[in-house]
Each structure stands twice: as structure tokens, then as C-alpha cells.
Design a protein. Structure first.
Length: 97
């Protein structure tokens, strides 16, 4: 039995023509991808963009930035900050307590 017309699924990725805001940057692509995944799991669409400069001209310059829609930037920054607070309590030293 066919179901009735369902509404079109809203676009999930940021529209390239809308204003995006940087909420995080890192020299490590893996760290930027983890933050992007954290935001995605909270329902905030994001994109990771490389800011690498020509290494023969600007050695060591560059990195990766996480961009979100302007209206979601404040919530994204809050989620990132809370995540940093949570991980700062982890003991990764390997020493017994």
C-alpha cells in the first residue's frame, strides 16, 4: 500500500551560498573532523575546510577550520567548550590511581 506524499527532506549540508561562521580551528585535520562529528551528532551541520598555504612560501602555515551556519554558531561553540571540559578530566597518563 502506497503512503501519501511525504514532504521533501530538508537539506542537511550547509548551502554554499549562505553565511558560514568559523567555530573551531586546528592544525590537525583529524581533530577538526572529530569536532565536526561532535557537532553533527548534536544536530548541527558543519563543514571542514583546509586553510593550507603553499608550504614553499609559508612553511608551517595552515590548518583546518570547522564552519557552521551563522544561526548555529553560538550553540556549536558551547558544545565544543563543554566537550573540552569533559575531556580535561580524563586521565590518559597510564599511571595507576
Amino acid at each position: 500500500m502506497a503512503q501519501g506524499n511525504s514532504p521533501a527532506r530538508p537539506q542537511t549540508a550547509p548551502d554554499p551560498n549562505e553565511e558560514l561562521v568559523k567555530v573551531f580551528d586546528s592544525e590537525q585535520e583529524s581533530e577538526a573532523l572529530v569536532v565536526s562529528g561532535l557537532l553533527e551528532s548534536a544536530g548541527i551541520d558543519s563543514t571542514v575546510t583546509s586553510t593550507d598555504a603553499a608550504q614553499n612560501v609559508y612553511p608551517g602555515v595552515g590548518g583546518n577550520i570547522v564552519l557552521v551556519r551563522e544561526e548555529q554558531a553560538e550553540e556549536a561553540r558551547r558544545i565544543i567548550a563543554e566537550s573540552k571540559d569533559d575531556t580535561s578530566e580524563l586521565d590518559v597518563s597510564g599511571e595507576p590511581r
